[in-house]
Ligand binder design. Sequence first.
Ligand code: XMP
Length: 533
Amino acid sequence: KILILDFGSQVTQLIARRVRDAGVFSEVYPYDVSDEFIRNYGAAGVILSGSHNSTLEGDSPRAPQSVFELGVPVLGICYGMQTMAAQLGGKVENGKVREFGYAEVRARGHTALLNGINDFVTHEGHGMLKVWMSHGDKVLDMPPGFKLMASTDSCPIAGMADEERKFYAVQWHPEVTHTVQGKAMLGRFVHEICGCKSDWNMPDYISEAVEKIRAQVGTDEVILGLSGGVDSSVAAALIHRAIGDQLTCVFVDHGLLRLNEGEMVMDMFAKNLGVKVIRVDAVDQFMGKLAGVTDPEAKRKIIGAEFVEVFNAESAKLTNAKWLAQGTIYPDVIESAGKGKKGQTIKSHHNVGGLPEDMKLKLLEPLRELFKDEVRKLGVALGLPYEMVYRHPFPGPGLGVRILGEVKKDYADLLRRADAIFIEELRNTPYEAAIVPGFDQDAAPRNWYEATSQAFAVFLPVKSVGVMGDGRTYDYVVALRAVQTQDFMTAHWAHLPHELLGKVSNRIINEVRGLNRVVYDISGKPPATIEWE
Ligand code: XMP
């Protein structure tokens, strides 16, 4: 197993993730664990993460010196490289300019880490790597025993190695996908250099996670708010696997769910998996609170607050519960850590840290270290249906932010039916590879549902005139939205085939009385957002 020491970089968990991708077990620990811990851990190799710190500041963090005395390979990344240099007798200097973003580095010498991997070769015959850098300081002098492994114009010592002791260090970030060969580099480090086999996989993860949960909660009872979304569903399935009936799920139906979603959740969890689920019908309560409210932020706040209210009232009845389980995943952890420091609230998201602090429950978050695609794999491995686990994301406030202006039950009913038709047709229409800028799909999509990242209908509370049969209609409009994106921060509108759009429009207008016009949203993000509110 690989030990990753975290110096506080935002992307440390990505290192763990890439090591897992390579089929090797790894764990992240804070950099200040004791020497004793290091010696007893049994690591086959150690990776030192990046950090926002500077080794030149007096009290900046250092790796326990024992890391370098264990006799196992060590890889320093960014700050990890600088502290390795500083701790082993080299010298770090303050770079006058911060280097941030794409860079091309030249591989030097022959090292077990980089030999034979490159992205292109210059006409002088130099092997070059396309990498992602983010640093201010840099190594000025290598420690004794090290040789140069890579360089750039602005960072002459961008990589160094002491192959005798198997110490390697890179100034760039191999864990991010922008470093094209990053996966290959980390794969090499753990396989070739540390000698780990690829024998770690999802079933192993499940048994480890189950053990951890059992050890953590003992015989206590746990409650979990099930939303029907991927994260809370996978968390529920995992915790149920660990502690069975000690888990009770609370599923709040606020009337803003997709068509048949409530039934689906109850079928899947209560019927198929035998999980204890309390379904709370809070439709009237939510609709009552939302009556007359048109401002998007006000709506979001009401839905979030009401949700907490209902959930608390339900959980108060479960007097034995000591733990509150949540499907927090790693990107949520980063996102909420960054809150308040930078950026402006574009939309106040609910479900991250939305629960009040005075709740006397301890938090159980078994997915905290996983990325979305890993959570999905875990879900499938736990026996959840593929279709469910690979569903598009659905916002916490549900249809509440897809009904523009005031939310009414009638509107929600119309929208649910239109949305279900749209989704059904996307699933039923085979996808023929089209080239879409900025969208590289990992797995080949089979249909348009899989070829889009998120798709839904939006209810517009405006009426327009239509003609149906011999009669005039004066009904509402729905907009269809389908986007393609990797990270949901920027998105392209999907170039859906006209035939598909035509069919969806016909079906909606014919099948959903009360809607007589369908439009397609062709705005990108930015400047639009994915949701309409
Ligand atoms: P926007 O509309 O900001 O959405 O481009 C980006 C992604 O976030 C989802 N979204 C939410 N998810 N709670 C959530 O869990 C929320 O309050 C919320 N608001 C937006 C949106 O569906 C899209 O995937």
